[in-house]
Design a protein around this ligand. Structure first.
Ligand code: THU
Length: 134
């Protein structure tokens, strides 16, 4: 199963996406790359705001961009952070990711050699999601 996910390409795209990050406040440039169920890769970066609190993380930018381009399901996401150790997605992003792929595979990569390989259901157990409104 997992070997069908093009992790190398997702990682390359996540690293490339971070170069577009708008991070004048934190200087912390994050990139994300999603694999959609129809086989597309969609990128996102963090976009900060002078109000600070309205900052959008790379993962949510990728989800919203993918949806705007017709995505219905996400199979996997790779997240790059400019850190020496890999970083898992924040709580807000976990919830937004859950909407389009509760079982999605998640990889976090960084400037070091370590990485995190997990799934969203592990990071967000007992999630509230679309099923609860059906
Ligand atoms: N950030 C992300 O884009 N994704 C993460 O997974 C962690 C945090 C952003 C938000 C903010 O622009 C900066 O990183 C510092 O928190």
């Amino acid at each position: 199963m997992g070997h069908h996910i093009p992790w190398q390409e997702l990682e390359k795209q996540a690293r490339a996406a971070a170069r577009q990050a708008y991070v004048p406040y934190s200087r912390f440039a994050v990139g994300a790359a999603l694999l959609t169920s129809d086989g597309r890769i969609v990128r996102g970066c963090n976009v900060e705001n002078a109000s600070y609190g309205l900052t959008n993380c790379a993962e949510r930018t990728a989800i919203f961009s993918a949806r705007a381009d017709g995505m219905s399901e996400v199979l996997a996401v790779c997240i790059y952070t400019p850190t020496s150790a890999p970083t898992p997605p924040c709580g807000a992003c976990r919830q937004v990711l859950n909407e389009f792929g509760p079982g999605m595979a998640i990889r976090a990569v960084c400037d070091g050699t370590e990485r995190i390989d997990t799934t969203l259901d592990v990071l967000l157990p007992g999630a509230f999601g679309p099923m609860n409104l059906a």
